[in-house]
Design a protein around this ligand. Structure first.
Ligand code: SF4
Length: 287
């Protein structure tokens, strides 16, 4: 019978760690493995990437996944969304939207009122099956009081047309109804204050599908922040509607290569609505 040596407890000393490594190497050699390759630096060690802009002043490192998203500070937990209201008779929805507009009045409920020209309530068909929600008005929208009327609005029109729809058939609104100064991302307090009206609009219109245009819209509709690309490509549920997340048209103007991806998202929305693209759009052509 072979003598079995009692196992010695292994400490974390340098000597014991060296002994363990030597034993493991011997084990691999016994298996006939002699060549070893070291893996690349793990990502968490690649902090130098982040510092490129500070070093060169020219090169900027951006996370390619979330370049579309500006930072949304989440200082407080999201308040629960209000209960879904009763269904409004389709014939009375335009009137119900007018009541919400009157309730808003010359709103000063949040700090965005200070710099706005016009409140951008929302626009479109009160019985729309499809609702687009963006972030907030820009300069053109602030001047005209209508959502998505600038260059990004023209691209959104093209996207809607590519789906086989007209702008008059859908409804378009934003998370906040007043233009944030310098087109900055709305602060959480501003967004939470203003979305009470958006939620009421959604409850009146009862869209079957909502398309969230960009990270801010997705964040405040879904009640929490996630990377945009983690939200794309699937169907969410918001206030009895199905929600699809895609890029904001303003982002697509800056990075047209992403239009193909946005088109995939719109095709999910179309499938949910039972729509087929117009014949001339059935190619791989994107808006
Ligand atoms: S953004 Fe909304 S809550 Fe804030 S002032 Fe404008 S309408 Fe009122």
């Amino acid at each position: 019978m072979t003598d079995v040596q009692p196992l010695k407890p292994i400490s974390n000393s340098a000597q014991d760690r060296q002994a363990l490594i030597a034993a493991r190497m011997q084990y691999y050699r016994d298996l006939g493995i002699y060549d070893f390759y070291r893996r690349g630096e793990p990502l968490e060690n690649a902090a130098w990437l982040e510092n490129l802009s500070a070093v060169s002043g020219e090169v900027q490192y951006q996370n390619s996944i979330d370049v579309e998203e500006q930072e949304i500070s989440a200082r407080k937990p999201f308040p629960p969304a209000p209960a879904i209201a009763e269904i409004v008779d389709p014939a009375k929805r335009a009137q119900a939207l007018n009541v919400i507009r009157q309730d808003i009045g010359e709103c000063t409920r949040c700090t965005l009122s200070a710099g706005r020209n016009k409140i951008v309530f929302g626009d479109g068909n009160p019985n729309a099956r499809l609702l687009f929600v963006g972030e907030g008005p820009g300069a053109d929208e602030d001047a005209q009081g209508l959502p998505f009327v600038g260059r990004a609005g023209q691209l959104l029109n093209n996207m809607i047309n590519a789906m086989g729809l007209s702008r008059e058939q859908v409804y378009i609104a934003n998370i906040v109804k007043c233009r944030p100064p310098g087109n900055r991302v709305p602060e959480p307090e501003e967004a939470h204050t203003c979305t009470q009206f958006l939620f009421r609009q959604i409850d009146v219109i009862r869209p079957e599908v909502i398309v969230a245009l960009g990270s801010t819209a997705a964040t405040y509709l879904l009640g929490g922040k996630s990377p945009l690309n983690a939200l794309r490509g699937r169907v969410h549920s918001v206030r009895d509607a199905r929600l699809i997340v895609t890029y904001h048209p303003a982002y697509l103007l800056r990075d047209p290569a992403q239009k193909k991806e946005a088109w995939k998202d719109l095709q999910i929305a179309m499938a949910e609505l039972g729509l087929s693209p117009p014949a001339r759009e059935q190619s791989t052509k994107t808006p």
